[in-house]
Every structure is written in structure tokens, then in C-alpha cells.
Design a binder for this molecule. Structure first.
Ligand code: FUB
Length: 527
């Protein structure tokens, strides 16, 4: 009866484009009010790999779910979640925390590893979910495979559109040797369908048949997008094709990222959907998580980028959360360019102790430009990670570690300081001449005119690993503070020094900045 009633309503629904599809009633949902980014800022429901979709006048964001415990460096992602809003500017969202699990819909998939997926509306107006999952019993070198599910609504229920198995794996429909994840789709104005996917520097693209699952022709390899790492996102604006992606062309002069573990969102353009692609620049600077993953869409006359960060409470590189910001265009150039996104919101700086004014300082170091695995700005980002990756710290490691190295903080105005604290990391004991060890000794200096002078310490300097090492000193008023490290040695060679945080303690607290000041210290603190 219910089915018949619905069927009789269908022509009316189709005639009325503004009618919104009712959300799948089987889904648990919650209402969320987000004052700023990240949208879900609490210490659960970490949302990751956002894929926005505009349909029925609503803004949908399909996301993954990060469930790694603090200190676990792995993508533990059992299911997808969904966020839906009538207008992202309102901050009001419906959250579907348990949207779908891989094995709910793909009988050939194993539970877990619900990686970055995307929903698109096909030419037949139905919704298609492209989802990287692990294929059960796969004998391929890499078991990731992309499945496609279909539904009449963006919120499901979903059925496998290709029940015999994945639409892409390392052995189907043509052999490939990449990890088959991170799909992105474009339905062109002429209703032709294009699929790109890939990671670890490999990007493939292919046209699909109208059935949304069959390759039309042979996939092409894209190699012209500078620094392409993963997370492609294709879209079209005024006849130009755009491909945004996570790029990690690292190095001190890179416009993308200084540290190899991080990524920016870069983009390229093309005149036709299968390229050739031309690199155009960076649209989103590195975020607080090592991975960056974005989706860009137009909604009610504005453009938005959805991306993830480590900024939620208890967040981390494997506990990521979705943020949304507006995207602006430069239409004075051809093709029109994406302007650099202003990231709003952010992680509350750990304001303990309250008098740590390090976030207001620019930072540089004796080994700048630092080796690309490290991140100099980790020193004053207010974060200590339980299982840090190299870019969570500044380190002096190099094949020839010198005996002494230093890091400098510079403030725009003189500040009065009476303490400092270093949080050291290491993988070798004190006295080691290899690896990263606690420094043999260290001390704090301040700039007085043209000279560096040691502070008068009133408490001892300590060098514990994985702990704060506070020191108090007689107050000094200065714009430049320097931490000088004597490396650990076995008498023959020197180990490196690494620190996750360097707190600079002031007699007059300043409200902490959510993101530390950018830019290196200038010459007057460097000499
Ligand atoms: O979430 C798992 C992986 O991290 C995605 O596939 C990548 O794009 C990166 O965001």
C-alpha cells in the first residue's frame, strides 16, 4: 500500500524540482549547531575526507569516520558519516553518524577501511556512491578496490550497482599497480561521466559508460599536476575543468608545504575533462593534520571548500574533522583562478600555562631550512602528540649533527620573559652519538642590543624525553629568545636534538593565537 501511494506521487515529485528528498528514516540522526570550524568539534565522531554534494537544494557532506585511539598512527575507519545542511553559513547541520559501512552494501567487501568516498547524482538523477573498500579474499598486491552503490536519495538506502564485485581493483577491469582509492567524479554538461582516482603520486582518469560502472576506453595517467599526492577532486566552472588535489611538493621554497609529511591542496585546470592538465597553484595551505583532503562545490551562488583538520578536541592526524570555508575566485585572469582559502576556526591553542606567549613569536633555527621531514612551526603550535610523526617536532637530525644548534623566537614588540620549557623527543638514551637523544645540556639566551646573553636561571635545566623541561630565570625584556642545545655525544659523533614544543613564559600573558604567527625571524634576531 505504502509503495503504491509513493509511486502515484512520483510524477508530482519529479515535476517539482524544489522538493527535497526525505532523509532515509532508517538512519540515526542528530542536530548540530556549529559556531565555527571544525563542524563537529567534540572528542568523538571524527569526520574525515569530506566529499560535498549539492542536491535537492541542500548541502550534503559525505565523510569517513576516524576511530584511531590517541597515539595510534593508522587510519581506523569503520564507516561513513553524513552531514546535511540547508545552508552551511547557518552552522546548522543534521549529522548521520552511522551512515553506511562497507559490508552493509558490498557483499564482497571486508568490514573496516571505509576510505574517502564520493556521492554524485547520475544522468538518471539517481545517486551513486563511489567507495574505496577492501576486497574480501583479494589476491592482488593491494586489496583496495572501488565499489559503486546506487540509491534514489543521497541518504540511501543503498544497493550495490555492480554486485559481482568492485568496479576497479588491481585486477579489474584492467590490471593496474596503484592503490585504488580516492575516487572523484564529474558528470559533464553533456551528461558524460568521468572518474579519476589514485594516491601516492599516481592519478588515473577514465570516462564511464552511462551505467556509471563500466570503463569507456582505457584509463589515462596524469603526470602534469605538480606534486600530486592523492585526494583528487574534479569540478567544472564556466567551461573550465578544475582538479584540486593533495600535493606535497615540499621544501623551503615550495609554495605548497615545507614538510614532506604535510600536504597543501593544489589545483590544475584543463579545457577538456580528460586533460591535458596544467598546474595552477595552491588553494589551501597545509592544515593541522598531515593528510589534506578536500571537495569544492558551488551552492546558492557561493563556492565552498570542505576539508579536514586535526582541530577538534582530542584531534590528531588520524582523528580528523571536517571544516568548511568559502572559496573566492579571481576572474581577472584566464582561466579564472582559485584564491588562497582563508582557514577559519582552528584548534584552541593549549593555553597551559596561560603565560606561554610562544604562539606570538616567529621562529627560526640554526638548521633552517630544516630537513623536510620536520616542521619548525611545530615548536609553537601548542601541541604535544603522544606518538609524534616527524613533522610534529623540530629536529636537528642530519648526517653530520654538529655539537651545538639553536632555535630562536622573535616577537614584533619587546616582551618580558621569566621562564621557558622544552618538550624533548628522542629515540636514543642520553650519551648516545647516534639518532635523536636528549641534549647533553641546553640553555636560554636573550638578545641584548647586538649580543646574545645567557639568562640567569633560578632553577636547574633538565633534559627529560617526552616531558616538559621548565626553567625559571630572572626577568629579561627582549624581542629575541634563543634556546641553545649541546648535542648528546658518545665521544665520537653527535646525536640530534628534537623538540615538540618550546614554551616561552611571560610575566604578562597574551591571549594565545589559534595558529602561530607565520614567517621566519628576521636578521636582527638571527645574527
Ligand atoms: O582517510 C584515508 C586517506 O587519508 C584518504 O584516502 C586520503 O585522501 C587521506 O585523506
Amino acid at each position: 500500500m505504502r509503495k503504491l501511494a509513493l509511486i502515484s506521487l512520483l510524477p508530482m515529485l519529479a515535476a517539482c524540482a524544489a522538493v527535497q528528498a526525505e532523509p532515509n528514516p532508517a538512519l540515526e540522526s542528530r542536530q548540530v549547531s556549529a559556531a565555527s570550524n571544525p563542524i563537529l568539534s567534540g572528542d568523538s565522531d571524527y569526520t574525515t575526507d569530506p566529499a560535498p554534494l549539492v542536491a535537492d537544494g541542500r548541502f550534503y557532506v559525505l565523510t569517513g569516520r576516524d576511530t584511531a585511539k590517541p597515539g595510534v598512527n593508522d587510519f581506523i575507519m569503520p564507516e561513513w558519516q553524513m552531514l546535511v545542511s540547508d545552508d552551511p553559513k547557518s552552522g546548522k547541520w543534521s549529522h548521520y553518524p552511522h551512515f553506511l559501512k562497507p559490508d552493509d552494501v558490498f557483499k564482497w567487501a571486508t568490514p573496516g577501511r571505509a576510505y574517502a568516498a564520493q556521492i554524485v547524482q547520475g544522468p538518471d538523477k539517481r545517486f551513486y556512491l563511489y567507495a574505496p573498500v577492501m576486497q574480501q579474499g583479494s589476491t592482488n598486491k593491494d586489496g583496495f578496490a572501488i565499489g559503486v552503490a546506487v540509491s534514489d536519495s543521497p541518504t540511501g538506502p543503498w544497493v550495490d550497482a555492480h554486485p559481482k564485485g568492485p568496479v576497479i581493483s588491481q585486477s579489474y577491469p584492467v590490471a593496474n599497480d596503484i592503490q585504488n582509492i580516492d575516487p572523484t567524479l564529474l558528470i559533464d554538461d553533456d551528461q558524460r561521466i568521468y572518474l579519476y582516482w589514485g594516491t601516492f603520486g599516481r592519478l588515473k582518469g577514465v570516462e564511464l559508460e552511462k551505467d556509471m560502472v563500466t570503463f569507456k576506453g582505457t584509463p589515462t595517467d596524469v603526470s602534469s599536476l605538480t606534486g600530486f599526492f592523492e585526494a583528487p577532486w574534479i569540478f567544472k566552472r564556466n567551461g573550465t575543468y578544475y582538479m584540486a588535489y593533495a600535493g606535497n611538493k615540499a621544501g623551503p621554497d615550495s609554495e605548497c608545504t615545507e614538510a614532506v609529511y604535510y600536504a597543501c591542496i593544489a589545483y590544475g585546470t584543463a579545457k577538456s575533462p580528460l586533460g591535458p592538465w596544467t598546474y595552477r597553484g595552491v588553494v589551501l595551505d597545509p592544515v593541522s593534520s598531515t593528510t589534506s583532503h578536500s571537495g569544492i562545490v558551488a551552492f546558492k551562488g557561493k563556492w565552498y571548500i570542505a576539508y579536514h583538520t586535526a582541530d577538534a578536541k582530542g584531534g590528531g592526524h588520524f582523528r580528523r574533522s571536517v571544516a568548511i570555508d568559502e572559496v573566492q575566485w579571481d576572474d581577472n585572469v584566464s582561466p579564472p583562478a582559485l584564491k588562497k582559502v582563508v582557514q577559519t576556526g582552528g584548534a584552541p591553542f593549549d593555553a597551559t600555562p596561560i603565560n606561554n606567549i610562544a604562539s606570538h613569536a616567529r621562529v627560526t633555527a640554526s638548521n633552517a631550512p630544516v630537513p623536510v621531514q620536520y616542521w619548525l612551526r611545530a615548536l609553537n603550535d601548542g601541541k604535544v602528540h603522544p606518538a609524534p610523526l616527524p613533522p610534529d617536532m623540530w629536529g636537528t637530525w642530519s648526517p653530520n649533527n654538529p655539537k651545538q644548534q639553536w632555535a630562536v623566537y622573535q616577537w614584533d614588540q619587546p616582551v618580558t620573559l621569566n621562564g621557558a620549557s622544552l618538550y624533548f623527543w628522542g629515540d636514543q638514551p642520553a650519551g648516545s652519538g647516534i639518532g635523536v637523544a636528549p641534549p647533553k645540556s641546553w640553555h636560554i639566551e636573550y638578545r641584548d642590543g647586538q649580543t646574545w646573553k645567557p639568562v640567569t636561571a633560578t632553577t636547574p635545566y633538565t633534559s627529560e624525553l617526552n616531558a616538559y623541561n621548565p626553567v625559571s630565570f630572572a626577568p629579561v625584556t627582549t624581542r629575541c629568545l634563543r634556546a641553545v642545545f649541546d648535542a648528546s655525544t658518545d665521544g665520537k659523533t653527535y646525536a640530534a636534538v628534537a623538540a615538540q614544543e618550546w614554551q616561552a613564559l611571560s610575566v604578562a600573558p597574551l591571549p594565545p593565537l589559534p595558529h602561530p604567527v607565520k614567517g621566519a625571524a628576521s636578521k636582527d634576531c638571527n645574527a
